[in-house]
Design a protein. Structure first.
Length: 157
C-alpha cells in the first residue's frame, strides 16, 4: 500500500495524470462493500492535500458503515465526453483502489463527520493515444503496464 505522496514519488507522470482526471469535477464515484459482500457505489468528494488523498463521510451514511466493516474501496474519476465529431479526442478516466484508513477530523464542517486517508494499492489511467485505447497501471507490487488495443467504431469512447 502507498500514501498519495509515495505513489507520486514512485510514478510521478501517472500520478499527475490520475490527479488531473480526478480534478475535472467535484463529484467522484466510490465503491465500497455492503454487509453481504455485494458492491455499493456512492457519490463522493475527495481531497488531495498534504501528500494524502482524503475522503469525507457524513455520520450515519451507508458508505461509512461499509468502511467500518471493510476498508477496501475503489474510486472512479469523473469523465468527460469526447469532443463532438471526434470520438478519438476522449481525454480518459482514472481509477484507484485501496484501503480507507480513518484519521482525525477536528475541523469537520459537519458535526460527527469522519475523514479517511486512502492507501493506494492500484492506479489505472485509461485514455486514447493515436487511436489506440491505452491503460496505464501501477499497483503496490511495483508492477506497471501499458496495455493497448485499437479503438474501433463500436468502442464507447
Amino acid at each position: 500500500m502507498a500514501s498519495w505522496i509515495e505513489f507520486v514519488t514512485a510514478e510521478p507522470a501517472l500520478a499527475r495524470q490520475v490527479e488531473d482526471r480526478f480534478g475535472i469535477r467535484k463529484h467522484k464515484t466510490l465503491a465500497t462493500l455492503r454487509k453481504d459482500g455485494s458492491p455499493r457505489i456512492s457519490g463522493i468528494e475527495v481531497e488531495f492535500a498534504d501528500g494524502e488523498l482524503f475522503l469525507g463521510m457524513m455520520p450515519g451514511s451507508l458508505k461509512l458503515h461499509d468502511l467500518e466493516r471493510d476498508p477496501r474501496i475503489a474510486l472512479h474519476s469523473p469523465t468527460d465526453d469526447p469532443p463532438p465529431g471526434n470520438p478519438r479526442g476522449w481525454p480518459g478516466e482514472a481509477k484507484l483502489a485501496g484501503y480507507a484508513l480513518e484519521v482525525d477530523f477536528p475541523d469537520s464542517p459537519v458535526l460527527g463527520g469522519r475523514r479517511f486517508r486512502v492507501d493506494i494499492t492500484e492506479a489505472v489511467l485509461t485514455h486514447l493515444s493515436h487511436g489506440i485505447r491505452e491503460k496505464e497501471r501501477a499497483d503496490s507490487s511495483g508492477a506497471e503496464s501499458g496495455i493497448g488495443r485499437p479503438a474501433g467504431p463500436a468502442d464507447p469512447v
